[in-house]
Design a protein around this ligand. Structure first.
Ligand code: NAD
Ligand code: MG
Length: 397
C-alpha cells in the first residue's frame, strides 16, 4: 500500500472544547491535521460555537454536546456539513464507543468516567487527562483498559513525566516516585489569608493555563491529592513510595527514584502540548512547536516540602490511600461538590477540604468495590452527604 493510502490514525477527543481538548487539536494540527488523522468525534458541553467550528475544521464524523438542551443549536450550526450531531449522556457514550484508535479523555470531573470506560472496553488507546477516572474507579478502570486491549497513556504532566522516566525492564528497582507541585497561587499564604479568597483569585495559576476546576484544585492542592491517587493506580506503587515536593518553577514535571540512588526526571516548559503529543505518538516522539527550556535564563530551581496543615488535601489523599477501598471515589465526589459550592460563593476556600474530610470519615465502611456499580453508588452517596454538609455550613455562616 502506498503511504497515502495507509489508513489514517482515527482519533476521538472527549472534552475537545476545554483546555486539554483545544491543546490536543493544536497538536493534531501540528502533526499533519486532516492529512494525518481522521477525527472520529469531538465532544463538548456549553460552548457550541467552538464545538461546531472544531468539528468543521477537522471534518469530524460526529459532534456531541453533553448538554441535552443544546441539541438544536448544534444541529443548526452544523447543518449541511454531513457531520452527525448528538446531545446528552447517551450520545456522549455513542461518541466514545464509535470505532477509533486513540481517545483523548479530557472531560472534566466524574462526568468523564462512563464515556472513557466506553472507549476503554472497545480497546482504544486511552490518553488519560481525566485523572478522576483513576481516583474514582482505581484498579477497576485499569482492568477495563487492560481487558479491552488498549494502552493507558497518562497525559497529566506529572504522570507523563514519570511514564517517560520509568525504565520498563527496571520496574522492580523503582524505589519512589516524586510528584512535583507548583504550590499554586497560595504557596506562601497563611490559612487566614486563604480563608477569604474568591474563585477569581484562586483560579489564577502562576505557571499553567488550565480549566477552572484544575486551577482551583492547584490553589488548594486538591489537584495534587488526586494526582497521588492517580499515580498509585497508574504505576502500581505503594502509598509510602509516593512523595510530593513543591517546585514553584514547574520545570521538573516529576521524577522516579531507583534503588541505586539514581533519580530520573523529565523537564520542559509548562505546556501541556508536550505531554499530549507524547501520548498521541507514543512510543515515538514527534516534532512540536513548543517553547524550549532556556537553562541560562532559568538559573535556579527551588524545592520545598509541602505543608499539609495549610494544604490539608494532601493529608486527605494519604488517608484515602491508606484506607483504600472506595475512599478515592468518596474524596473525589465530595471535593467536586465542594468545588462547585466554592465557585458559587456558598462556602469558603478552606471549607472545601473540611467537606471532603467529613464525607470521607463518614464513609469508611464503603470499602469494597467489586464492580462499577459500587463506584457509582459511593460517588452518589458522597455527593449527597457533601450537599447536606454544605447546606449546614451555609446556615451556620
Ligand atoms: P476544561 O474545563 O477546560 O474542559 C472540560 C471539557 O469537558 C470541556 O470540553 C467541557 O465541555 C467538557 N465537559 C464539562 N462538563 C461536562 C459534562 N458534564 N459532561 C461531558 N463533558 C463535559 O478542563 P481541562 O482543564 O481541559 O481539564 C480536563 C481534564 O484534564 C480534567 O480531568 C483535568 O484534571 C485534566 N487535566 C488538565 C490539565 C490542564 O492543563 N488543563 C492538566 C492535567 C490534567
Ligand atoms: Mg498535573
Amino acid at each position: 500500500m502506498a503511504p497515502s493510502e495507509a489508513r489514517k490514525r482515527r482519533v476521538t477527543i472527549l472534552g475537545s472544547t476545554g483546555s486539554i481538548g483545544t491543546n490536543t487539536l493544536d497538536v493534531i494540527e501540528q502533526l499533519g491535521g486532516r492529512e494525518a488523522f481522521e477525527v472520529v468525534a469531538v465532544t463538548g458541553s456549553a460552548n457550541i460555537e467552538l464545538l461546531a467550528s472544531q468539528a468543521k475544521a477537522f471534518s469530524a464524523s460526529m459532534a456531541v454536546t453533553a448538554d441535552e438542551g443544546r441539541y438544536d443549536e448544534l444541529k443548526r450550526a452544523l447543518s449541511g456539513t454531513g457531520i452527525a450531531v448528538g446531545a446528552g449522556h447517551g450520545a456522549l457514550l455513542e461518541a466514545a464507543a464509535a470505532p477509533s484508535d486513540w481517545v483523548m479523555a479530557a472531560i472534566v470531573g466524574t462526568a468523564g468516567l462512563a464515556p472513557t470506560l466506553a472507549a476503554a472496553v472497545r480497546g482504544a488507546d486511552i490518553a488519560l487527562a481525566n485523572k478522576e477516572c483513576l481516583v474514582s474507579a482505581g484498579s477497576l478502570f485499569v482492568e477495563a483498559v487492560t481487558a479491552g486491549g488498549g494502552r493507558l497513556i497518562p497525559v497529566d504532566s506529572e504522570h507523563s513525566a514519570i511514564f517517560q522516566a520509568l525504565e520498563d525492564d527496571q520496574r522492580h528497582a523503582v524505589e519512589r516516585i516524586v510528584l512535583t507541585a507548583s504550590g499554586g497561587p497560595f504557596r506562601t499564604w497563611s490559612r487566614d489569608q486563604m480563608a477569604g479568597v474568591t474563585a477569581a483569585v484562586a483560579r489564577a495559576h502562576p505557571n499553567w493555563s488550565m480549566g477552572l476546576k484544575i486551577s482551583i484544585g492547584s490553589a488548594s492542592m486538591f489537584n495534587k491529592a488526586l494526582e497521588m491517587i492517580e499515580a498509585k493506580h497508574l504505576f502500581d506503587v505503594r502509598p509510602d513510595q509516593i512523595e510530593v515536593v513543591v517546585h514553584p518553577q514547574s520545570v521538573i514535571h516529576s521524577m522516579v527514584g531507583y534503588t541505586d540512588g539514581s533519580v530520573l526526571a523529565q523537564l520542559g516548559c509548562p505546556d501541556m502540548r508536550t505531554a499530549i503529543g507524547y501520548a498521541l505518538t507514543y512510543p515515538v516522539r514527534s516534532a512540536l512547536n513548543v517553547e524550549r527550556l532556556d537553562f541560562a535564563k532559568l538559573s535556579r530551581l527551588d524545592f520545598e516540602a509541602p505543608d499539609e496543615v495549610r494544604f490539608p488535601a494532601l493529608r486527605l489523599a494519604r488517608t484515602a490511600l491508606e484506607r483504600g477501598g472506595l475512599q478515592g471515589a468518596v474524596m473525589n465526589a465530595a471535593e467536586e461538590i465542594a468545588f462547585h459550592a466554592f465557585v458559587e460563593s456558598r462556602i469558603g476556600f478552606l471549607q472545601m477540604a473540611d467537606v471532603a474530610e467529613l464525607v470521607m470519615d463518614a464513609m469508611t465502611e464503603w470499602n469494597a468495590a467489586s464492580s462499577m456499580e459500587d463506584v457509582y453508588a459511593a460517588d452518589a452517596e458522597a455527593r449527597r452527604r457533601a450537599g447536606e454538609i454544605i447546606a449546614k455550613m451555609e446556615m451556620a455562616a
